[in-house]
Write a protein that binds this ligand. Structure first.
Ligand SMILES: NC(=O)c1ccc[n+]([C@@H]2O[C@H](COP(=O)([O-])OP(=O)(O)OC[C@H]3O[C@@H](n4cnc5c(N)ncnc54)[C@H](O)[C@@H]3O)[C@@H](O)[C@H]2O)c1
Length: 452
């Protein structure tokens, strides 16, 4: 390496540490003489060691899982704050994290750093170098904005919003994160799964020719219901049952199926220009299921005219398939399941076969391994938010199509001014969607419902 290159690299690293808020003042000065081979020191509040401080926002199943994956990384991390809307969820997270006896040194969660409430995220974010955002996706735009404003590195779960105004906020904050060189990983973990990475690299290199069609699926059973309790406000009821309300969840086409839709975008190296589709509530019609549909099927049309069909449904006791398949001009790919992927020609001749599950690391772990390694090394490597937002937008485009029954154009969808978020966020405030006297919520009616 030449002296010029070394100086440039050192300047880059100084800028990274400065802009990412990880080193300031005397810590930054102390860092400079260490030379390029030494690991950068970390901690906005610690200038004496290399601890990377982590805050968990949203203490549910995925948040606790992500925190565990952060603990499994090789870096010197410490979980210093947790936050949730509800005390019982904070308590479960505290119990789960402190039960990891092998990681006892990495948990530092006194009562005063366990935050509860709808604004709790702000205080937790302030204490960390890296934040894990794992609440229901309706809150992601405001939490992501805050984390970027406070110059934190970020792991945020998918989806990243539930409506177009939310998407636009995430896109704007993503630009800001890039300027500040904040690493942002989005939990679309197929991007961190080696059979997807290897196969899609080859598809992009032309192994099966141009992609001219495909189908993506999330057809499975449904999820949990938390029965209404007499002392709950409507706001608490909806938060406890966030899956069934679009301002919080986006419907399952967004909440789950975004994974497969995102793979279609990845393979096509772009986002659809329009969508049309059909959906409704066939088997899951009770009032406990809020306003979401139980099935959607959508044709997404890309700029080159390719149509990718998407299917998602929640029917208990039926055939299941969570997968993607694509047709190219020279060959096809029938499945990514089980960490196996085979690209083949139309006469069955093998083009590429990716190995077995045994050799691949769990992608949920890979996301954290790669993120924390980059942060520890002072590297700016991950800017997933823009794609996360545009793939989430694709799923919202699909919902707009099935709810309205109309052909919806991408440009109209992403510019939609329809905001699903409540005008006021408080336990006694009213969400925009409310039950009728019998407890049923209004449900979209294709042909009548307006979505853009
Ligand atoms: N990548 C994946 O494969 C994957 C898997 C599961 C879940 N997820 C995503 O993770 C997110 C969370 O899902 P989950 O299954 O953990 O749900 P969950 O209900 O188990 O957890 C969500 C938590 O967020 C809390 N919360 C709600 N509003 C909050 C607020 N305003 N501030 C702070 N906390 C708040 C809830 O009380 C709850 O504890 C969702 O976006 C989901 O799509 C991703």
């Amino acid at each position: 390496m030449t002296t010029k290159e070394i100086n440039e690299l050192a300047a880059d690293r100084r800028q990274f540490l400065k802009t990412s808020g990880l080193l300031t003042g005397s810590a930054l000065l102390a860092q400079l003489p260490l030379g390029l081979s030494a690991a950068p020191r970390f901690g906005a509040h610690s200038s004496v060691d290399d601890t990377i401080k982590v805050a968990l926002i949203g203490c549910g199943g995925r948040g606790r899982g992500a925190a565990m994956q952060a603990l499994n990384t090789k870096q010197n991390i410490k979980i210093v704050a947790i936050a949730d809307a509800f005390q019982d969820r904070v308590d479960i997270a505290y119990k789960t994290l402190t039960s990891r006896q092998d990681a006892a040194q990495k948990i530092d969660l006194p009562k005063e750093r366990q935050f509860v409430g709808l604004d709790a995220y702000k205080q937790a974010i302030a204490l960390a170098d890296v934040v894990i955002l794992a609440t229901p996706p309706g809150f992601r735009p405001s939490h992501f904005e805050e984390a970027v404003k406070q110059s934190k590195h970020i792991f945020m779960e998918k989806p990243v919003a539930t409506d177009a105004p939310g998407i636009r906020r995430v896109l704007a904050a993503a630009e800001e994160a890039k300027k500040k060189k904040l690493n942002v990983v989005v939990g679309l973990q197929r991007h961190y799964q080696s059979n997807y990475r290897e196969a899609i690299k080859r598809i992009h290199d032309g192994a099966i020719g141009d992609i001219v069609g495909g189908s993506v699926y999330w057809i499975s059973g449904g999820v949990w219901v938390n029965p209404r309790k007499p002392d709950q406000t409507e706001m608490e009821y909806q938060l406890r049952n966030w899956y069934y309300f679009n301002w919080l969840c986006g419907d399952h086409i967004t909440e789950q199926h975004v994974h497969n839709i995102d793979v279609a975008n990845w393979v096509k190296r772009g986002y659809p220009v329009s969508a049309q589709g059909t959906g409704g509530r066939q088997v899951r019609t009770g009032k406990e299921y809020g306003e979401i549909f139980d099935h959607h099927t959508v044709d997404f049309v890309y700029a080159d005219g390719t149509t990718i069909n998407s299917q998602c449904r929640h029917y208990e006791g039926t055939y299941s398939k969570v997968d993607e398949q694509f047709l190219g001009t020279k060959g096809r790919i029938d499945s990514f399941n089980g960490n196996k992927t085979i690209l083949k020609g139309y006469k069955g001749q093998p083009i590429y076969a990716h190995g077995s599950a045994k050799t691949d690391i769990d992608p949920y772990q890979v996301e954290h391994n790669e993120l924390f390694e980059a942060i520890a090394k002072g590297q700016y490597k991950f800017a997933d938010a823009e794609n996360g937002a545009k793939s989430t937008m694709t799923s919202i485009l699909g919902r707009m199509a099935t709810y309205s029954g109309n052909l919806i154009k991408w440009d109209d969808a992403i510019n939609s001014q329809i905001s699903l978020f409540p005008d006021q966020l408080a336990w006694d405030a009213k969400p925009k969607i409310l039950p009728n006297a019998d407890g049923f919520y209004p449900v979209a009616v294709p042909g009548k419902t307006v979505t853009v």
